[in-house]
Write a protein that binds this ligand. Structure first.
Ligand SMILES: [Zn+2]
Ligand SMILES: [Zn+2]
Length: 257
């Protein structure tokens, strides 16, 4: 069994194809998918998906790349997270690649999410791009380790992975790990402890090999597990079993009773 720890199946490319998406999840033994919020305006549709489908969980948060949307407060995030199917806060973090200029608002928004996660005791889903130093600094300053969480779609160095693990975080690998030019990321995937690893698609983006160029979907997370298994000399089943256990340890609210 595999779990897609990060997808956007409410996005227009995927939302109209849900029956087919769930069929491929079943065929590829993908038991669950965590659908990640990027704007409060779209959160109700994610919550509705998680309420309607027992194999879908939801997060609540506002993406660091989204400029013209409602700025969340700690209180709002905590209130929206108070729902049995909402298992995480995010995605949040810093992105100095997509946006430039004075990004103090992005750092403030990140702090708000960390404070909310600590207050409601739900883990963080963190996005970081070209901003690793500031991301780790703010995680330390805001004591993000008290909430825990995952560095999603990880593309940074082994040193950054180790620093995040030191803070109590998990590292999630996407289809990028299957890309030809991702040798250094494969080294990270072979070096960090299996007990700290998650897998994801970040669909509809970043379809893994052998589906590059197609619209990504949660069923494809199996290929991420296969690549990690290959570089670690394990079976895909072993990677699936470990990352599934890790998922339920981290997102405790998702645990089946
Ligand atoms: Zn992201
Ligand atoms: Zn995402």
């Amino acid at each position: 069994m595999f779990i897609d720890s990060h997808c956007h199946i409410n996005f227009p490319d995927l939302a109209g194809r849900l029956p087919e998406i769930f069929d491929l999840m079943t065929a590829n033994q993908v038991s669950h998918a965590l659908c990640i919020s990027v704007e409060l305006e779209k959160f109700p549709e994610i919550r509705a998906l998680a309420e309607a489908h027992p194999n879908v969980y939801a997060s609540v948060g506002v993406h660091p790349d989204h400029e013209d949307c409602t700025e969340p407060t700690v209180e709002e995030l905590v209130a929206l997270a108070d729902h049995p199917r909402v298992v995480a806060i995010g995605e949040t973090g810093l992105d100095y690649f997509r946006l430039t200029g004075d990004l103090e608002w992005q750092r403030e928004r990140f702090r708000t999410h960390i404070r909310a996660a600590r207050a409601c005791r739900k883990p963080l889903v963190i996005h970081t791009r070209s901003a690793a130093d500031d991301t780790l600094r703010i995680m330390r300053e805001e004591r993000a380790g008290e909430a825990g969480g995952v560095m999603h779609c990880f593309t940074e160095s082994l040193a950054v992975a180790e620093a995040a693990i030191e803070l109590g975080f998990y590292i999630s690998f996407s289809g990028i790990v299957t890309f030809k030019n991702a040798a250094s990321l494969r080294e990270v995937a072979s070096a960090i402890p299996l007990e700290r690893m998650l897998i994801e698609t970040d669909s509809p983006y970043l379809a893994p090999a052998p589906h590059r160029g197609q619209t990504n979907q949660p069923g494809f997370v199996k290929h991420v597990a296969e690549e990690i298994a290959r570089v670690r000399g394990l079976t895909a089943e072993a990677v699936g079993e470990a990352t599934t256990e890790n998922f339920f340890r981290l997102f405790a609210a998702a645990r089946p009773n």
